[in-house]
Structures are given as C-alpha cells and as structure tokens.
Design a protein around this ligand. Structure first.
Ligand code: MGD
Ligand code: MGD
Ligand code: MO
Length: 753
C-alpha cells in the first residue's frame, strides 16, 4: 500500500511517500520550483543506524555519578519508566538543593520545523512551568546584530528578514553590493521551513531587470555564476576597513549626501573626523584600507564612484557579524548607506541576509501571523545568559561579565538539559567546552540521533522525528502554513518530546501548567486558530482547521504594496521617528559611548579582530579559517547521509584554500591534512581552489565532533572547525559568537587516525 502525507522540514515542504509503513521518498511540495536536494536524504536521516533506540544512561554516572564525560563512555539501556523516574528525580533534586538557577535549559538549537513539537520550545516550557531555568538570549545566527542594531536604528527587525523586498529591488535598484555574497546553498533552508525556495528566481528577475552585482567575499563561490557578478576577493573580517575606504573616497569627492545626513542621522561630525583622520591623525583612505583588506586602492575608489548617485542596495551576509567585533561591519554599512542617501528609497539602502537564508526580502504582509508555540514565562528570566557564553557559564560560576550596558553574574549550574540542539557541533572551542562540560553534576539530552552531544550526556532519551508525529509548520519569513501528518509509527522506542515532558511534569507535580490541559490535537488546533485570528485581522481568511488539515497547506497571499525599509521614516522623520534615543539613525551613539566599552566605541571604527591575517599570531597560524554553512545538510543534521558523504574527499571534510597556499605547503587535492592552532587539531582533506582568496581556508560546519581519545586535547577526526574557532564574545556590548575569527595552520598528515 502507498500512502502520501504532507510534511515539512527546515529544508522545505514535501510529501512523504510511505510504502507498506515505510517512508521511502520525500517528494517536493507542488508549489516549490526549486526544491533542495537535502530532501532526498530525509529517509536516510529517519532510518539511520545512528538513531537513539532506547533510553540510555552513561554507566559511570549511573554507578558512581562520575562526571568525566569523554564521548567514549559506555551507556546502559534502561526502560522508559526507570528513565523517567531518574530524570524527574534529578530535576527535582537539583531544584530542591540548589534552586532553579542551578538548571541550564537554554538548549539552543534548530530542532525540527514543526512548531508544536519543536524540542527547544518544549524543553523550555517544561522547565519554565516547573519553576524556571537559566536560558540563552539571542542566537548564533545574528545574535550580535540583535543586541547591537537597536542602539543604531531602533530595531533589529531587518536582520530577521524584514528588509526592502525583492519586488522593490527588481523595480528600482541598479547596483547590488553583497558583502558575503548571495550563495544559493544557504537559501535551501529556513527556520520553520518554507513552501517555496525563491532566492534563485528573485536573483534571476533582478539580473533580467539589468541590475549589476558586486560580490565581496573570500570566495567567488558566494556569487552564483548566472549573476555575472564582479567578484572582489577580500581578506576575512576586514569588510569594515573596505567600507571605510569607500566612505573616505566619497568624502574626498564630496560624494556624500549631506542633506540626508543632516536630516536623518545623529552624530555625523565625530565620525567624519575619524574618517578624515582629523580625530586620530589616520585618514581612512582607500590606500589605508588596501593594507588591511587586500583590495587594491584603485578598486576601492572605483567602487565608490560606481555607488555615487546610483540606486544601490548594500546587503551583508549574517556571517559578517558572526565574527570578533562583528558590530562594526553592520554599523559601517548603515553609515555608508546613509552617506549615499539611499535609505528609505525603493530598492535602496542597506539590508542583511539576502543570501543567508530562504525568505529574506520575500514579499509578505508585515503583520501576517505564522504558527508559534507559546513558551510561557520563565520565572528566572533575568538569569539568562547571552547564547554563546555557555562555556564561560559552566567554567565560571559567580563570575562577572558585561552585556549590553549591564554587569551580570553567571549562575552556578548543576544540571544541563538539552533537547533539539547540538552544542558539540555549534559552539566554539569545543575542546575547551568539553572540559567545562565535566563540571555539572548531571547532563540530560533528548536526541533523535547519537550525536556528540548525546555521547557527552549522562541520560539520553530517544525522541521521534517529525515524520513520526502530527504538527503544524511555517516560518515567520514564509507565506505558507503547512500541515504535518504523522507518516510512520515511532521508530524503536522513540517518544515525542512533548510526551516525555508531560510524563516528567506529572511526576514533578506541574503537568497542567506544562500542558495547559491540551494534548497534541488540541495544541495543533490552538496554534492554528491563533494564526487564523491574526490573519483575519489583516483581511486574510484561513479555512477552518479541518479543511486546512485535509488540504495540507494554506498560502497567505502576497501583499499589494512593496515593502521599503524605513520608507515612513524617510517620508516624515518627525512623525515616524526611529526608536533610538535621538529618533534618528545613530552614526554616533551617546548611549553606546556611555557604556564605556573600548571594544565598541561611539561610532563605527576599524577594530582589529583578535585573530585575522594582520594579527601577530598570524606569524604562527597564517591562514584565516572561514567556517560557513554546509551546502549538503542543515548544520550537523544528517552528517552521515550519502549526500553529505559525497561532498567529502577520500572520506574527509574538504578544506578549500588558494592554490598558492596549497603549493607552499606541498599539498595536492585530496591530501590528508591536519588543520590546527593552539586550541586543537582536526583532520581534513586539502582542496586547492583558485576561487578562494589567498590566506583563507574555507570549511563547512556540520561534521560531528569526533575526539580520537578521552584526553583533554584530542585530535578531532571528522573535520569539525569549531575545535579551532575561538570562544569569545564579539564585544562586551553584544557578546555574540566570534566563530569566524580563527587563524590556523595546515600541514600534510602522513598517517590516518
Ligand atoms: N564555526 C561555526 N559554528 C557555527 C556556525 C558557523 O557559521 N561557524 N553557525 C552557527 C549557527 S548560525 C547555528 S544556527 C548553529 C546550529 O547549531 P544547532 O542548531 O545545534 O545544529 P543542528 O545540527 O541543527 O542541531 C539540532 C539537533 O536537534 C536534533 N533534533 C532534530 N529534531 C529533533 C526533535 O524533534 N527532538 C529532539 N530532541 N532533537 C531533535 C538533531 O538531531 C540535531 O542534533 O551552529 C552555529 N555554529
Ligand atoms: N544549506 C544550508 N543552508 C543554511 C544553513 C545550513 O546549515 N545549511 N544554516 C542556516 C542558518 S542557521 C544560518 S544562521 C544562515 C547563515 O547565513 P550566513 O551567515 O550568511 O552563512 P555562511 O555560510 O556562514 O556565510 C556566508 C558567506 O559569507 C562569506 N564570508 C565569511 N566571512 C566573511 C567575511 O569576513 N567577509 C565577507 N565579505 N564574507 C565572508 C563566506 O564565504 C560564506 O560563504 O544559513 C542558513 N542556511
Ligand atoms: Mo543560524
């Protein structure tokens, strides 16, 4: 018998084809003109040998509460009732002995696309309803921008995808300058999935409309060939210097829009003094910039001339702020767009993330409602940490740190609860995190698969995948609301995260607070009805739940009007001020100056990152490691699938580097190499590539952390670049992750580990 079920993953909507009870194929959603190849790997993901089959407890912890979590430990399988008693008991014990703030439940991670069974939402609901837990603020994607942008433009909405839309761009823009490029690989994915994949079509429309493209990136691969873009290779983490060079060239020719700066911006004068060199004796000229970013001064001046008087869109990949001092390139891009006077005009100004994820700039009603699972209130929300400070939290209980103008203290964590994320994939300086990970008394993980995080836990509970349960899906950047029908029975002994938490909450006396009296079916109706009400308010009529469920999807129609970021502000800045202290764009921010942070001064500045090609440590580690998103999977999900394996060279993750850098090290394509720095070493395969700027080494994230031994500084064998990336905040202001500021050396490795 063949059955077909509507379903959704972060990599797209699909029909799950089930033959004799087995999910055999993911067929792309009929509306999707450009489905992701990752769909093809979905059955393999579900039926993987790596699935967690039964509840399991680490033997050392079970016998003697041992905390040396090495990733090489033996696990004992137990039955569900025992496991639930054990977990409920540990949570209750830690709450009683050490209070709620001894539980770390931020559980960062993408989990599944379904919004109800979204594991990270469920774990936080469970912990909040039981008294609260230490949470994580912001995200690894654009956590730096989230806390920084409100000071400058009064909101962080543009980095969530609310940017001048593609219709406006196609209709009005003449020149798109993309820092970090517009790589199609990244638009396969949206948080909460997508009904259609539209980036390629939008770019083709833009190209057909005659728009010219300039792509500034360490690799040409960030510019799809059909764009015929000018590629300006740049040293990683130096975009701020390049933009300062452009700004200086504009200033030199009086090419900046003084009227715009006067009317719409605060604090141009102090910045102008910095730019010209009047303030510090250093003119931020094209020549000055060339020495930092490696782009020839003549090319910088030419780009400034091209931008002058033309309707331009400056769009920056999120990656630029996932780096040490990541605040600066964003601030500088806003300043440059202000100098050009294009902000608030159709197709003009600045934007973030057009090439970072599906959905950015997709025409969509601003007020339309996407399905969302309410989290409830965290009674100890004030104890939350910035998302990427997790290792420090574990290392340094009671330690003080700065964050966005506040002085805060790390709580003393005894229990870590993680569901729906893979910190041993996503966090930086993994060997250091692994050492800190030995401090808590108990680590509990719900996982579908035996990831490195599961292997470093004490208790592992097997979770179902989206195919094994009913759900409702849809992304805040997407126009579709997708019904997700349970297509197969749960595999092995897996249970839904919701069902697990419900049992635990019952044991600990807060079941009703957790479930609010609803089961799965009631929650799906509740979430759907909330979107129905929300969309009714903007005149969009959704069908009743049962009609939608039967049909499998609903499309919120596109709006009639183009969206132009800051259009109203431009039309009347007094009537529609920004939510900044001055009501205007803050090129100089008195509030930021008031924080007194030397790592984020009053106006955009070139601040050398801790590691970059001009740093002193580049003598020892002369290559800048760029760890970007993988084209063949979502983060670490499905690192074992055929699609993912096919991208490897001789079974190893490729590290792409300029042929001259490869030759200098005697490396040929496919050579087994050690990529290393003071933080650790990983194995990879060399891949000389003329489309990579000299001095850069590019690796995808996603490889499962695989320490060769139980020691404190193991060789990592699978090629996880986070062994090498530094773990420190972008600045004291935003405390975002600095994953993209890592220097390394590469050498041929004779023997395979
Ligand atoms: N060096 C470097 N590091 C980075 C980045 C970078 O650019 N460079 N990017 C960062 C970014 S932007 C992000 S978003 C993070 C991503 O980091 P993560 O979101 O942690 O990565 P995923 O691999 O998606 O982890 C999700 C986990 O949830 C599990 N899972 C899926 N469905 C379910 C479910 O229903 N229930 C349960 N219990 N588990 C489930 C999956 O098996 C998987 O292990 O990585 C960050 N790390
Ligand atoms: N297929 C797939 N798509 C994804 C994801 C995935 O796991 N798989 N993850 C999704 C998630 S969670 C997120 S947050 C987004 C992230 O979106 P981004 O942060 O935009 O993605 P990255 O691939 O890390 O970086 C984009 C490009 O920036 C370039 N770059 C890196 N450093 C610099 C620099 O200093 N200067 C300049 N000019 N360019 C630089 C790199 O060459 C890289 O290809 O991707 C999303 N899309
Ligand atoms: Mo992300």
């Amino acid at each position: 018998m063949i059955q077909r079920f509507p379903q959704l993953a972060h990599w797209g909507a699909f029909t799950a084809v089930v033959e004799e009870g087995r999910f055999v194929r993911a067929e792309p959603f009929a509306r999707d003109a450009c489905p992701s190849p990752i769909l093809g790997a979905t059955p393999e993901l579900v039926y993987s040998e790596a699935r967690v089959r039964r509840p399991a407890v680490r033997e050392g912890w079970l016998r003697r509460r041992d905390r040396t979590r090495t990733g090489h430990d033996r696990f004992v399988e137990i039955d569900w009732d025992q496991a639930l008693d054990l977990v409920a008991g540990e949570v209750a014990r830690v709450r009683a002995e050490h209070r709620h703030e001894a539980i770390f439940g931020g559980s960062y991670g993408w989990s599944s696309a379904g919004r109800f069974h979204h594991a990270r939402s469920q774990v936080r609901r469970f912990l909040y309803s039981g008294g609260g837990a230490v949470d994580q603020l912001g995200n690894y994607s654009w956590g730096c921008a989230q806390f920084f942008l409100p000071h400058v433009i009064g909101t962080f909405a543009p980095v969530t995808g609310r940017v001048t839309d593609w219709n406006s761009i196609v209709g009005h823009t003449k020149l798109i300058v993309a820092f970090g490029g517009l790589p199609l690989k990244n638009a396969q994915v949206a948080s909460g999935g997508s009904g259609e994949h539209t980036l390629e079509a939008s770019l083709r429309r833009a190209k057909a409309a005659g728009i010219e493209f300039v792509v500034i990136s360490p690799t040409r691969a960030d510019a799809p060939a059909f764009l015929d873009a000018q590629w300006i290779p740049i040293r990683p983490n130096t975009d701020t210097a390049l933009m300062l060079g452009i700004a200086h060239a504009l200033l030199a020719h009086n090419g900046h829009d003084r009227a715009f700066l006067d009317r719409y911006c605060e604090g141009w004068a102090p910045f102008e003094a910095y730019l010209s060199g009047a303030a510090d004796g250093v003119a931020k000229s094209a020549q000055w910039a060339e020495h930092i970013c490696g782009v020839p001064a003549a090319q910088i001046r030419a780009l400034a001339r091209r931008l002058q008087g033309v309707r331009s869109m400056l769009t920056l990949a999120w990656s630029l702020q996932r780096a040490h001092r990541g605040e600066q390139p964003y601030w500088m891009a806003i300043t440059l767009a202000a100098m050009l006077g294009t902000i608030g005009l159709p197709g003009g100004g600045f934007a973030f993330g057009h090439g970072s994820i599906q959905g950015v700039g997709v025409p969509r009603h601003l007020q339309s409602a996407a399905p969302e699972m309410p989290l409830g209130r965290n009674p100890i929300g004030h104890r939350s940490i910035p998302v990427a400070r997790v290792t420090e939290l574990l290392e340094n209980p009671g330690g003080e740190y700065d964050f966005n103008g506040e002085r805060k203290t790390f709580p003393d964590i005894r229990l870590v609860y993680w569901a729906g994320g893979n910190p041993f994939h996503h966090h930086q300086d993994l060997n250091r995190m692994r050492r800190a990970w030995q401090r808590p008394q108990t680590v509990i993980v719900h996982e579908t698969h035996w990831t490195a995080t599961a292997k470093h836990a004490d208790i592992v509970l097997p979770a179902t995948t989206a195919l094994e349960r009913n759900d409702i899906g849809g992304a805040s950047r997407d126009r579709y609301i997708i019904a997700m029908h349970r297509a197969i029975a749960p595999l092995h002994q897996a249970r839904d995260d919701f069902a697990i938490f419900r049992e635990l909450a019952a044991r600990n006396g807060h079941e009703t607070a957790y479930t609010e009296g609803r089961d799965e079916a009631a929650w799906l109706r509740f979430i759907y009805e909330r979107t129905r009400e929300g969309n009714a308010a903007i005149g969009v009529e959704q069908p009743p739940f049962d009609v939608w469920w039967e049909r499998g999807w609903f499309e919120v129609p596109p709006p009639q009007r183009d969206f132009v970021l800051f259009e109203a502000f431009r039309a009347d800045p007094r009537a529609n001020p920004l939510s900044t202290p001055s009501g205007r764009i803050e090129i100089t921010s008195a509030r930021i100056a008031g924080f007194g942070y030397d790592d984020c001064p009053a106006h955009p500045s070139w601040l050398a990152p801790v590691e970059w090609l001009g740093a002193p440590v580049a003598q020892r580690y002369p290559l800048h490691l760029v760890s970007c998103q993988p084209g063949d999977k979502l983060h670490s999900q499905g690192d074992f699938t055929g699609l993912s394996r096919a991208k490897r060279l001789h079974g190893r993750e490729p590290v792409r580097l300029n042929p001259a850098d490869a030759a200098a090290r005697g490396l040929a394509a496919g050579d087994l190499v050690r990529v290393y720095n003071a933080r650790g070493a990983i194995l990879a395969a060399a891949l000389p590539d003329p489309e990579v700027v000299a001095g850069a080494a590019i690796m995808a994230t996603g490889a499962w952390y695989d320490p060769a031994d139980a020691g404190s500084d193991p060789l990592e064998r699978r090629g996880n670049p986070n062994v090498l990336a530094p773990d420190l905040g972008t600045s004291r202001l935003a405390q975002g992750p600095s994953a993209l500021s890592a220097l390394v050396e590469i050498e041929r490795c004779a023997v395979s580990a």
